[in-house]
Every structure is written in structure tokens, then in C-alpha cells.
Design a protein around this ligand. Structure first.
Ligand code: HXC
Length: 516
């Protein structure tokens, strides 16, 4: 073929790839307020930086009339580009081509990009918008899914993997996002489930809408499967870019520093009045996190799930950090099964990718109840210890108020390897609250007193006065310094600078066995 004919043919094929499933199908998506796979890519990457690969690849199925139904590129767009100047790999499923369904070719394209990302040491973003396994291809498609799952697992802890669910993601297809580090969902236009409403109805007679079952809010608030929720496609892509800005490209890189213009030595006097005198009165831990973080830098993860705990990314003096906190506004900040999973998974992510973990602790203990015990709080709560103990990144813990019982021991205590343990003068560190303690250790004395109730009150007050300080822990060196809330940001920034070259070492082994 003469060169000009080849070039014409190339032009024709490129145009066919860019047209995807055609104008009608693209219009249908736009009418629903959704962007196309290509538009999403354009928004994600720095202008003009995206390089598409495998644009001309087609599926190899001839059954069911598929031989005449081939779009170059098939149901996914793959490639790499830069986000704020750093390389990122991406695949974006194209719903306009056979519903974005996964042919073996689509799977091969995705696997190729995942392998390239792991080799190049750069994050992978997967934009999911697919009707699932390509029905016409049968088991070839199923094998393709397993190929992806395998690579997700191999890339885990090597490069950050982020999934954006921007349309359907059903059946076994949901396992690829679930194997990645973070899942983002778009409100009202995305859904995930293993079995859909129809199957559920026929098997269990339960009736549930698609949105209630697997919509963005269901997974952000109830199941905890998703970590972020955005109102529309544009906002989701903006969130993706923001999340990437905190993360290193891979497990041997440091997270990117940024000049936030917020001085490291900024004092935080506004926190002096945050902790109420009455230990049973709640306060919003977000106020503290916002005050300590560089201005507007806090990005909360799992904001709608397990509200008794807070997790998220922020910058302090321009350095990215992972923040973990108890939230006294919800269940008094008690730890339960969901909070345990939320915290331990987040700490492990930070440890994978060299993000220091800053913990703000105000926890009266584990949530009591049969639902918690029978649900396995022992197993789930143990994950928190495991995650903190195993993490070799810099760990700084600040006790703002209560640190009672097992919760003291697990939430980033000195004993599980924290590097710097600070406490406010309002800290209370004890096996349990004064009421519970007095009822146990002075039971006999109270019973035998002339006025038992008065005696009990006296003892509670006395015990309370003894535990309502951080001094015992400081005397033992469990707390390195008692600090004023005004100095909180400065002390954390100093701690981070001091720990910047920390090299943590754990014993050689194949891998540990975290309680799951
Ligand atoms: C082939 C598919 C497809 C699929 C959709 N299409 N899903 N083609 N394989 N899995 C095609 C449709 O034929 C249609 O083609 C186009 O995509 C758009 O689909 P519509 O149904 O018109 O769109 P919509 O009304 O928005 O509904 C979307 C949908 C529905 C809810 C996703 O298409 C659907 O239920 N699809 C099947 C889902 C499913 O059961 N998948 C298999 C799950 S099992 P035209 O040419 O008309 O545009 C699975 C196992 C994975 O995935 C296991 C991994 C281990």
C-alpha cells in the first residue's frame, strides 16, 4: 500500500476509534449528565499530555454476529499522561461500545496498562463504566477478569491504584475496584453490586431499588465499599486529581511536597477552648484537624462511613500526611467494627506509600453490645493494633482527651511503635472511666458505707481527679510531652521534620497474617 493510502487508512481507523459507539449513544450519555470515556480522560490529565495506546486493537469474537461489530479500541481507552506533571496510567471504559463490556481484548488492554504502570512505578486510575462480562465471549471474558484481579493484587502496595465508578459495575466486575486502594463513586449515576435487585428479589423476595442497593451513598455510608462520593463526573475527576496530589508515584518514592503558603510555625490558639471541661460533652474533631492542617488541605476519606472515626489526607508544612482521629460527636468516639476496619485499612495504605500517620485520640473504649461481640469486634479491633504495629512510617499520636482501656493501647500508643506521643493537659489516660472503675474496685467499701451513694460519689470524684490528667503517663515516658493546644501544629511539624529520614525495619517474612 502506498504511504498516502496507509496514512488515509490510519486516519480512518483513528477516527473510528474516536467515534466510539457513535453519536446517538454519546448523546444518550450526555443526556444523562454523564461524560464519555474520552472526555473523562481529557479532564483527568494535564492538557495535551495523554498518550493513547492500543487504540486500534479490536475484539476477536465472531459469534453472534460480532464479526461485523468491531470498533477500533473496543470498549476501553488506555494510556498514560501526566497529572500535575507526574506520570499516571489510566483505563477508561467506554459504555458507548457494547456497554463498555469486558471482552478478552479489553481485559488484555487493561492488563497491559497495569503492567506498564507497575514497571514504570506510576499510579493507575481505573474509570469503570461497564455492563460487565462481554456476554458473547463467555468464559474468555471471565478469564479476562481474573487476569485483571491478579494484576490488581500484584500491584497492591507497589503503585497507588484508584477506581472511579462512573456507571454500572456489577457482579464479579466489582472485585477489581475492591482490590484497589480507593473507590470513588458518582452520585445517582453509578452503582456496584454482586447481585442486582432482580436476582435478590427472586432469591430472597427482598425488594430494593438499584440506588438503595448499590448507589454511591449506599456504598459510601452503609457498606464502606466506597471512600469518596462526588455529585457529578466533573467533580469526581477533580477529586481524583486532588487525591493523587497527596500520593507518591510508588512505594519507594516520597509523597510530593508542595508550597502551601501556610507557615509551619503558625500557632493554633483557637484550639485552647475546643475541649469542653465536662468530659461527657462532645466537640468536633474536624475543628482540630482543620486548624492543624495547612489551609484547606484536608481531604477526608470515608467521610460518610463509621462517623466515630475520621480518616483523610492533609498537608502540614507542605508535607502530605495521613490523619486518623476519633470523633467524639458520634458514639462518643467509641471504636466499633466499622471504625476498626476504616482505621486499619487507612493506616496500612499510608504505610504502603510512605505517608506519616498523625493520630488524634479521644476514645472512651470499644462500643459495648452483642452486635459488636458477635460481629467479631475482637477480630476487627485487633486489626488496628496490627496496622499500627506493622507500620514503619513516622507515627505521631496526640491524646486530646480520653484514652481509655484497650483503645489507649491500640490507637497509636508508644507501645505499638509510635515515634512521638503528645498529650494535651486535658488528657485522661486510664483503664476505664471513673464510674466503672469505682464500681469494681470499691464495690465492698461502697456497700458497707453508712451512706453508700455519697461514698460512691466521693470515690468517683477522687478517682476522676487522679485519672483526669496526663501526668502518670508522662512520668512513665508513655507520653513524650504535654503540650498546649496552641503549639499543636508547630509540634507536629517539628516531629515530622525530625522523622523525615526514619527507616523502619520489620522482621523478614513472606507476609504477616493480619486478622481478617
Ligand atoms: C455485551 C452488552 C453488555 C454485556 C450491555 N451491553 N451489557 N453487550 N455484554 N455484558 C450492550 C447492550 O446490548 C447495548 O448494546 C449497550 O451495551 C447498552 O446497553 P443497554 O442495556 O441499552 O443500556 P442501559 O439501559 O443503560 O442498561 C445498562 C445495563 C444493561 C444495566 C448495564 O445493559 C445490562 O443489564 N447489561 C447486562 C449486565 C450483565 O448481566 N452483565 C454480565 C454480568 S456477569 P447496543 O448495541 O444496543 O447499544 C459478570 C461476571 C463477571 O460481569 C465475573 C467476573 C469474575
Amino acid at each position: 500500500m502506498a504511504l498516502d493510502r496507509v496514512l488515509k487508512e490510519l486516519e480512518r481507523r483513528n477516527a473510528a476509534a474516536e467515534a466510539g459507539g457513535g453519536e446517538q449513544r454519546i448523546k444518550k450519555r450526555h443526556d444523562k449528565g454523564q461524560l464519555t470515556a474520552r472526555e473523562r480522560i481529557e479532564l483527568l490529565f494535564d492538557v495535551g499530555s495523554f498518550v493513547e495506546l492500543d487504540r486500534l486493537r479490536t475484539h476477536r469474537c465472531d459469534e453472534f454476529g460480532m464479526g461485523d461489530n468491531k470498533v477500533p479500541g473496543d470498549g476501553v481507552i488506555t494510556g498514560f499522561g501526566t497529572v500535575e506533571g507526574r506520570t499516571v496510567f489510566c483505563y477508561s471504559q467506554d459504555f458507548t461500545v457494547l456497554g463498555g463490556s469486558l471482552s478478552h481484548t479489553v481485559a488484555e488492554k487493561i492488563c497491559k496498562i497495569m503492567e506498564m504502570a507497575t514497571t514504570a512505578g506510576a499510579p493507575i486510575v481505573g474509570i469503570n463504566d461497564s455492563g460487565g462480562a462481554r456476554i458473547q465471549e463467555g468464559v474468555e471474558s471471565l478469564g479476562g477478569y481474573s487476569d485483571i484481579f491478579y494484576r490488581n493484587t500484584m500491584a497492591s502496595g507497589v503503585v497507588p491504584q484508584i477506581s472511579a465508578i462512573m456507571g454500572p459495575c456489577a457482579g464479579g466486575a466489582s472485585y477489581s475496584p475492591a482490590l484497589t486502594d480507593f473507590i470513588m463513586m458518582v452520585d445517582k449515576t453509578s452503582y456496584m453490586f454482586i447481585t442486582g435487585p432482580e436476582v435478590i428479589k427472586s432469591v430472597t423476595r427482598e425488594e430494593v431499588s438499584q440506588e438503595d442497593l448499590g448507589g454511591a451513598m449506599a456504598h459510601n455510608s452503609r457498606s464502606g465499599v466506597a471512600h469518596f462520593m462526588s455529585p457529578d463526573d466533573q467533580a469526581c475527576i477533580a477529586d481524583l486529581r486532588r487525591l493523587l496530589s497527596f500520593l507518591p508515584s510508588n512505594n519507594v518514592d516520597d509523597p510530593p511536597l508542595a508550597d502551601t503558603g501556610d507557615p509551619q510555625d503558625r500557632l493554633t490558639p483557637e484550639l485552647e477552648d475546643l475541649i469542653p471541661e465536662n468530659p461527657n460533652k462532645p466537640y468536633d474533631m474536624h475543628t482540630l484537624i482543620t486548624a492543624v492542617s495547612d489551609r484547606d488541605s484536608f481531604m477526608e476519606a470515608h467521610a460518610h462511613f463509621a462517623l466515630n472515626a475520621i480518616t483523610g489526607f492533609a498537608r502540614i508544612g507542605g508535607r502530605p500526611v495521613g490523619i486518623v482521629a476519633n470523633q467524639p460527636m458520634h458514639l462518643a468516639g467509641c471504636l466499633d467494627i466499622d471504625a476498626s476496619n476504616k482505621i486499619s485499612r487507612f493506616v496500612r495504605f499510608c504505610d504502603c506509600f510512605n505517608l506519616p500517620v498523625i493520630t488524634f485520640e479521644d476514645v472512651p473504649g470499644y462500643l459495648p453490645g452483642t452486635a459488636q461481640e458477635w460481629g467479631g469486634i475482637i477480630r476487627h479491633g485487633a486489626k488496628i493494633v496490627y496496622a499500627y504495629a506493622e507500620a514503619t512510617v513516622p507515627k505521631i499520636t496526640v491524646i486530646t482527651r480520653k484514652a481509655y482501656g484497650g483503645a489507649y493501647a491500640v490507637m497509636g500508643a508508644k507501645h505499638v511503635g509510635a515515634d512521638l506521643n503528645l498529650a494535651f493537659p486535658t488528657a485522661q489516660i486510664a483503664v476505664m472511666g471513673a464510674d466503672g472503675a469505682v464500681n469494681i474496685i470499691f464495690r465492698k467499701e461502697i456497700k458497707e458505707a453508712d451512706k453508700p451513694e455519697e461514698r460512691r460519689k466521693e470515690l468517683v470524684e477522687d478517682y476522676g481527679n487522679k485519672i483526669a490528667t496526663p501526668f502518670r503517663a508522662a512520668e512513665l515516658g508513655y507520653i513524650d510531652e504535654i503540650i498546649s493546644p496552641t503549639d499543636l501544629r508547630v509540634r507536629i511539624a517539628q516531629g515530622l521534620a525530625m522523622l523525615a529520614n526514619k527507616k523502619g525495619i520489620t522482621p523478614a517474612r513472606k507476609h504477616g497474617n493480619i486478622p481478617l
